[in-house]
Design a protein around this ligand. Structure first.
Ligand code: GTP
Length: 170
């Protein structure tokens, strides 16, 4: 099987989970190609890093824009879901958003779509382990997924996660 030349990665998560910080680590420093597309109050950020093309959006408080996300679900090759590992209370909200995503017909149809979870802010004392985070998020064997602890401030853990992801994308 040939690797795809270009892969589309959708990066989602609640506000304050660390998406922007992670993305800033992934963006090529020189050839920054950032495009923020505002669609009636709903912001989508897009950029390329090597053969990966990233689309990022915030899931919080924007349930009413769910119908607009459909377009991105349809064309993506992988999903990165960022979780704030220090915020157990909002993890229940993140879990609900994840479940909504998993129930979406476009996602249901893509049975082998890989999900990478970043259990972010691993540097903080109140951070739960990746195993605990997977438990709290209710991750099960239904799909290819991987969870990686990371510290978006230093970039620690990001490469391990992306390495897993690129191996999944064929
Ligand atoms: P929105 O912009 O609201 O959508 O949030 P976001 O998901 O893009 O989160 P953002 O990257 O803005 O990070 C939120 C806050 O958490 C910021 O103050 C970051 O500096 C901080 N932060 C992000 N990642 C880490 C991390 O790994 N460790 C620590 N200690 N702080 C982090």
């Amino acid at each position: 099987q040939l690797k795809k030349k270009e892969a589309r990665i959708l990066c989602v998560g609640l506000d304050n989970s660390g998406k922007s910080t992670i993305i800033n680590q992934l963006k090529p420093v020189r050839s920054r190609n950032v495009e923020v597309v505002p669609t009636v109050g709903f912001c989508v950020e897009q950029f390329n890093a090597g053969a990966l093309s990233f689309t990022v959006f915030d899931m919080s408080g924007q349930g009413r824009y769910r119908s607009l996300w459909e377009h991105y679900y349809n064309s993506c090759d992988a999903i990165i879901f960022v979780v704030d590992s220090t915020d157990r209370i909002r993890m229940t909200v993140a879990k609900e958003e994840l479940n909504q995503l998993l129930r979406h017909k476009q996602i249901v149809q893509k049975r082998s779509l890989p999900f990478l979870f970043f259990s972010n802010k691993s540097d903080l004392r109140q951070s739960v382990s990746a195993v605990k985070c997977a438990q709290l998020m209710g991750l099960d064997a239904g799909r290819p997924w991987h969870i990686c602890p990371c510290n978006a401030l230093t970039g620690e853990g990001l490469n391990e996660g992306l390495g897993w992801l690129s191996d999944q994308i064929i």
